[in-house]
Design a protein around this ligand. Structure first.
Ligand code: CMC
Length: 428
């Protein structure tokens, strides 16, 4: 088969050919890595048309609303699998056999405790610190416990770091919550499921056990699955870029947590609930819809729109179903849900949202579920970070395991001053 190529006509340089690389799914890419030798760079702030890496982990077709992890549709995984099985799949490319799953489970349970000295880090934070601020600090701090013994060039060390992160991040997440409300930390319990253990660490108190409701446990596990990975988003790209220098993986994941925190990314679920509370009642929706369309008003409908999905987010479909299951089980009649459902209907019919393909995203429903479970809004993004940790480490591992991987080093279009003379302060 003739090699496919793209030809670029450059001023003063004539025509230059670049190979086109074929993906197994989705867009092909023009390999412009040699363009610099012709005296040009490409310019694509925000990575609107730039593939930053090659990956075999997750595929998204935003136009058709498809999300596949290692080839498996997200709806199938959410319905038939469990979060830990999805973790294994993301890390190892295949679904585990029973024996592999049992070994993986044992590995995960071996690492659920954090070093007791970590408690001292918590005590340094203000009582009212945002749990995401605490998470940036304490996950990064884990690097101090596992640095000298960690050689990222060794496969066994990379895997161990991945297991430790998947095991310990829920413990740290629950500790962040307990600290923020002034309650004692609850240690992990390895006789519980991954989701059950997290709920127990969040809600049990030394004076009283927490009874795990299986519907809530399943919903929690689903929230974890639906947030497990999403290819090259801002936080995953941050983890890859930080890791490309060979940095400690715990520090790289802390960088990912920082990137996730923003309201345009993982912070949207918290922002969405705050917005629903601000709207307050169905009759006030038109006012907020109007504001979201006003170019002079920075307000956006939180939980709507996505950089990649220009169709219904397939995670939102599953989340919507789970949302109803949880509210029915808990017999909650939440006025915020009425606002959310009405908002969803109006936005799905409104020509502004239809034409711009702004559908409800996963954060729109996950916030409502978490509120019903009793999780405070400040913990929503922490739970996103907990779930996404596996995606981050899977991408970090994949990058380091690719032959000839290079440190990430974007270039720029410089538009500042050209060389000029320094003026002493009295002459300025
Ligand atoms: N409400 C009102 N208008 C919107 C919204 C919104 N939520 N989102 C996009 N638009 C408009 C935007 O004003 C722009 O209009 P125009 O073309 O007239 O200038 C157009 O739609 C395209 O928007 P964009 O900002 O160029 O699109 P983007 O791909 O850069 O942004 C986004 C994607 C998710 C940041 C954006 O849709 C947004 O801010 N949504 C609300 C926040 C949110 O829910 N984020 C969670 C994303 S899902 C979780 C995750 O993966 O992190």
């Amino acid at each position: 088969m003739a090699e496919t190529k793209a030809t670029l006509s450059l001023p003063d340089k004539g025509s230059v050919d670049f190979p086109i690389k074929k993906g197994s799914e989705g867009f092909d890419v023009i390999d412009i890595s040699q363009l610099g030798s012709h005296g040009y760079f490409t310019f694509d702030p925000g990575f609107l048309a730039t593939a930053s890496c090659e990956s075999k982990i997750t595929y998204i077709d935003g136009g058709q609303g498809i999300l596949l992890h290692r080839g498996y549709p997200i709806a199938d995984l959410a319905e038939k699998s469990s979060y830990l099985e999805v973790c294994y799949l993301l890390l190892h490319q295949e679904l585990p056999t029973q024996k592999q799953y049992d070994e993986f489970l044992t590995d995960i349970k071996t690492h659920t405790l954090v070093n007791e000295q970590v408690v001292n880090f918590f005590n340094g934070f203000r009582r009212d610190a945002h749990p995401m601020a605490i998470m940036c600090g304490v996950v990064g701090a884990l690097s101090s416990f596992y640095h000298d013994a960690m050689d990222v060039s060794q496969e066994k060390d990379r895997l161990l770091a991945a297991l430790r992160l998947i095991s310990k991040v829920p413990t740290l997440a629950a500790m962040s919550y307990k600290y923020s409300v002034g309650l004692p930390f609850i240690y992990p319990r390895n006789d519980l499921s991954y989701a059950g253990n997290f709920l127990n660490m969040m809600f049990a108190v030394p004076a009283e056990d927490y009874k795990i409701n299986p519907v809530i446990e399943k919903a929690m596990d689903r929230i974890f699955i639906l947030h497990a990975d999403h290819e090259q988003n801002a936080s995953t790209s941050t983890v890859r870029l930080a890791g490309s220098s060979g940095a400690n993986p715990f520090a790289c994941i802390a960088a990912g947590i920082a990137s996730l925190w923003g309201p345009a990314h993982g912070g949207a679920n918290e922002a969405c609930l705050t917005m629903l509370e601000e709207i307050g009642s169905v009759d006030r929706i038109p006012e907020f819809i109007k504001r979201s369309k006003d170019k002079n008003d920075p307000f956006r409908l939180m939980g709507f729109g996505h950089r990649v999905y220009k169709n219904f987010d397939p995670r939102a479909t599953v989340m919507r179903e789970t949302c109803h299951e949880v509210l029915k089980e808990l017999k909650i009649k939440d006025p915020l849900l009425d606002v959310a459902m009405e908002l969803e209907q109006i936005a799905l019919k409104d020509s502004y949202f239809v034409e711009k393909k702004l559908y409800p995203n996963v954060d729109f429903y996950s916030g409502i579920i978490m509120k019903a479970i009793g999780i405070p809004t400040s913990m929503f993004t922490v739970i996103f970070a907990l779930s996404r940790t596996v995606g981050w480490v899977a991408h970090w591992k994949e990058m380091l395991e690719q032959p000839g991987h290079k440190i990430g080093r974007p270039r720029q279009l410089y538009t500042g001053y050209s060389k000029r003379d320094y003026q002493p302060i009295k002459k300025r």
